[in-house]
Design a binder for this molecule. Structure first.
Ligand SMILES: Cc1ncc(COP(=O)(O)O)c(C=O)c1O
Length: 342
């Protein structure tokens, strides 16, 4: 598919902002960006091309840097994708609740209608109903795999089929993919011009505070996204720290393995706990549990210093708490308190 047709017409007509170009010349005086000339760590603007960081992301993920758009967290990329394809007040997007709330947040912010698809008992989209839900104004479908808040995985084959018939953008949010046993859809992004895969440094890479989101998409779409984003959306300190973090693959693998082990233990412990029920079979770094009187339980935990997320969304998620997998000690504390109050 030609990505050109996905992009809003007014965006296509825009000239890109050209930040000062300092490559290929020996600079003796930088008088082109109105910076303060007195040297300090941060007196210069960051690299607008984000070359070092893109190389580091590409190496860590086995993706060509030309397929990457980086954002201030993947939240910025969700907004960017929405603005790339949706004409405010006219177009619509599809989400499959229960899911990550920011798809709907940015749709509303950009005045795009939100259409909600249905999920089945395994929290997978009911694909057969989708053709009846979309029309020529449907510009994007947002999928989350592993999903938040259940942690279930959408098969790659289903995403490939969707990308084949749906003429809009298929956004595959893989925030939690590094914790899962399944391959990423990043390969699909190269294969299909209308797939954008989102990943990030906030979860498995342990760098939520840095705010780095990653979008993998075919070169044509990537070209437009990079033209649309603010040229300096990732600061120099973040670019440097994130590239360094990505070079420590050993630590990444060690931590992911520990979190995955603890996740499986959390499911086992909760399944054996009276008054708790594990919902789904999470492949992410959290477990969704249904408890009786969820508000009382969440309040009890909070008063004892353990914060969990209420995800009470009837009917599918009635009485649910989302429990992030912590360190072994943190998880033991959670089990002890749950045993006390259940
Ligand atoms: C499914 C999903 N997508 C995106 C995000 C946003 O991540 P970031 O920290 O990269 O903005 C989150 C954060 O919790 C998430 O759960």
């Amino acid at each position: 598919m030609n990505a050109e047709v996905l992009i809003r017409e007014n965006v296509r007509g825009m000239a890109a902002y050209e930040p000062p170009c300092r490559n290929g010349a020996e600079a003796r005086a930088l008088l082109d960006a109105n910076e303060n000339p007195f040297s300090s760590v941060y007196n210069r603007y960051p690299d607008a091309g984000q070359r070092e960081l893109k190389m580091a992301v590409g190496r860590a993920k086995g993706v060509d840097p030309s397929l990457l758009t980086l954002g201030n967290g993947s939240d910025e990329l969700i907004d960017l994708l929405m603005r790339a394809v949706c004409v405010p007040g006219r177009d619509n997007v599809v989400v499959f609740p229960p899911t990550y709330g920011m798809y709907e947040f940015y749709a509303r912010l950009n005045d795009a209608e939100v259409r909600r698809g249905r999920v089945d008992g395994d929290f997978l989209p009911v694909w057969e109903e989708l053709p009846g839900l979309v029309d020529e104004r449907t510009k994007a479908v947002f999928l989350c795999t592993p999903g938040n808040p259940v942690g279930n995985v959408i098969p790659l084959e289903a995403i490939r089929r969707l990308a084949g018939w749906f003429p809009g953008l298929v956004v595959v949010d893989e925030a939690y993919i590094d914790f899962a046993d399944v391959p990423s859809a990043a390969g699909l992004a190269e294969e299909c011009g209308n797939v954008a895969v989102l990943q990030m440094l906030s979860k498995a890479w342990g760098a939520a505070g840095l705010r780095v989101g990653i979008c993998v998409a075919a070169p044509a779409l990537t070209g437009w996204l990079n033209r649309m984003r603010a040229p300096y959306n990732i600061g120099s300190a973040t670019q440097r720290a994130a590239a360094e973090r990505l070079r420590d693959g050993e630590r990444f693998r060690r931590e992911v393995a520990a979190i995955r082990r603890e996740r499986e233990r959390m499911k086992r412990v909760l399944r054996g706990m009276r008054g708790a029920e594990v919902v789904g079979d999470s492949q992410a770094n959290f477990v969704l549990a249904r408890v009786a009187d969820h508000e009382r339980v969440a309040g009890y935990l909070r008063r004892r210093g353990v914060m969990v997320r209420m995800r009470h969304e009837p009917p599918l998620l009635a009485g649910c708490l989302r429990l992030t997998v912590g360190t072994r000690e943190e998880n033991d504390l959670l089990y002890e308190l749950l045993n006390e109050c259940l």
